[in-house]
Design a protein around this ligand. Structure first.
Ligand code: ZN
Length: 479
């Protein structure tokens, strides 16, 4: 690490446009943010700072809280982009039915390590690792080893798709893992991650009881077309397991009754808009959640399709919500003249919303006394970072991960001037190469290629009364 950002040295970000994400949705121009130790000490113009403070020029940039992703299957990151053309069907077949058990602890480690670095690089300072391939506790140990190796804030959400929640959650090995690894470091929180099938016998009850006993919140894929539905919500409600800390992931195909149960019990929804759009869980639900006043956080789900970058989540969420609002209006002959969902709201979903969902009061906002998880978006070489007229709109629609200039987590600079600081990306790449080579070998080239290239259904071209031009034929071009 360079001497510039030695641990313990105070840091000041000078002269940026600061979005503290307070309830007033303030925009503070030409403002400094002073970090001392792991805490935000002061926010204001021309701050007087302690001797020896490291100065970061934030002029021309936007300073905001570190972003928070409430649902990411980090272990899948070695297969980045592999499932670009998948639906949920290929995903389930590949991981749940066929190849999930192929993953070794070191493969979980590799995926988590690259994913954790990817998050920090993109300004995501807190990530929930929805770790649902822990078919042994050695896999979970490897997952947490990787999270501990990267200077970010994480929540380890323990799960295992290879067994029922009532099976793995009640084993002595799981209890032993929790007592060995969880609650030891304040940078790594703990949740339990499992889905509720809707079986009337409610076998998941045993897992919920373990969560309650451990004081752990539950995160659950709910309202996923063809997988989880209103029955699961009703069973959770009737058995008293819908609590304020519960995070409902997707919640895209639920009835008003289920949304009312979520709203009334203080839960929140983790919306993965890009995932819902491609996979088929249901329409991205913010347009429905607004009607029930259900709190929202954002998530990227998995790098098998997308990358761990909440700029694209914010953008996709605004687009999907507005698309639906226009579509619903057009259906009844109306015109939407004023968009309901606003840019500042998706920035809030990506920051404060995530903190609220995870019960982390000390992050998600910039204010004196909060933990110093801070992002500076600034790129003087980019024509897109100028002019900054509407900072919330700029974050949501103009900025991207390459514009993340500086990232501070818990008072430590982990990225500066567009480059990671004190993080060994080379080691993560080497681990990933090893995993990719192993998976290709274990599956065989044929299965590997078939998995990446699902069959394309036939498109039936409609009969056309006009003279038909085949746009795919090269003979139609240039003459
Ligand atoms: Zn998921």
């Amino acid at each position: 690490m360079s001497d510039e950002f030695q641990p313990g040295r105070p840091i000041v970000l000078r002269g940026g446009t600061v979005l503290p994400m307070d309830t007033a949705k303030s925009v503070l121009t030409n403002t400094d943010v002073l970090v001392v130790g792991d805490t935000i000490e002061a926010i204001g113009p021309s701050l007087t700072v302690p001797d020896g403070t490291a100065e970061i020029d934030a002029t021309g940039g936007i300073v905001m809280p570190g972003m928070i992703d409430t649902h990411r299957h980090m272990w899948q990151t070695a297969m980045r982009g592999y499932g670009a053309d998948w639906t949920l069907t290929q995903y389930f077949v590949f991981y749940y039915l066929q190849h999930g058990k192929t993953f070794r602890p070191e493969d979980i480690y590799a995926g988590n390590l690259l994913s954790a670095i990817e998050a920090l690089d993109a300004g995501v300072t807190t990530t929930v690792d929805w770790s649902h391939n822990n078919h042994t506790t050695q896999h979970a140990d490897a997952a947490v080893d990787a999270l501990e190796a990267v200077p970010g804030r994480f929540v380890f959400a323990y799960g295992n798709i290879q067994a029922g929640a009532w099976e793995w959650a009640t084993t002595p090995e799981f209890r032993d893992f929790v007592s060995r690894r969880m609650g030891k470091k304040d940078m790594i929180g703990f949740q339990m991650a499992f889905d509720v099938t809707g079986d009337p016998a409610f076998p998941e009850k045993a897992a919920f009881e373990v969560a309650r006993d451990l004081g752990a919140s539950v995160t659950t894929h709910a309202g996923v077309w063809g997988a989880t539905n209103d029955d699961g919500i009703r069973l959770m409600y009737e058995n008293g397991f819908m609590t304020p800390g519960t995070v409902y992931v997707h919640a895209a195909t639920l009835s008003d009754d289920s949304y009312q149960r979520i709203a009334a019990t203080g839960g929140s929804v983790s919306v993965s808009t890009e995932s819902e759009q491609s996979c088929g869980q249901g329409y991205p639900p913010t347009w429905a959640l607004r009607k029930h006043n259900i709190p929202v956080s954002l998530s990227m789900d998995t790098s098998v399709w997308w990358s761990g970058d909440l700029f694209s989540a914010m953008r996709a969420t605004l687009g999907a919500d507005r698309s639906r609002e226009h579509l619903e209006a057009h259906k009844v002959g109306d015109t939407v003249t004023h968009a309901n969902l606003r840019a500042d709201q998706v920035v809030e979903y990506a920051t404060r919303g995530g903190a609220a969902a995870l019960g982390l009061d000390h992050v998600g906002q910039l204010a004196p006394g909060k933990k110093a998880d801070v992002v500076l978006i600034k790129n003087d070489n980019s024509p897109v970072m100028f002019p900054i007229l509407n900072p919330y709109g700029h974050v949501a629609f103009q900025a991207q991960r390459g514009d993340v200039h500086t990232v501070v987590v818990d008072g430590k600079v982990v990225k500066h001037d567009g480059k990671l600081v004190g993080i060994d990306l080379g080691a993560a790449k080497a681990a990933i190469e090893n995993t990719v080579e192993y998976l290709q070998g274990a599956l065989g080239q044929e299965a590997w290629a078939a998995g990446m290239n699902p069959d394309v259904p036939e498109t039936k071209v409609l009969d056309n009364p006009y003279t038909y031009t085949d746009y795919r034929s090269s003979s139609t071009h240039g003459n």
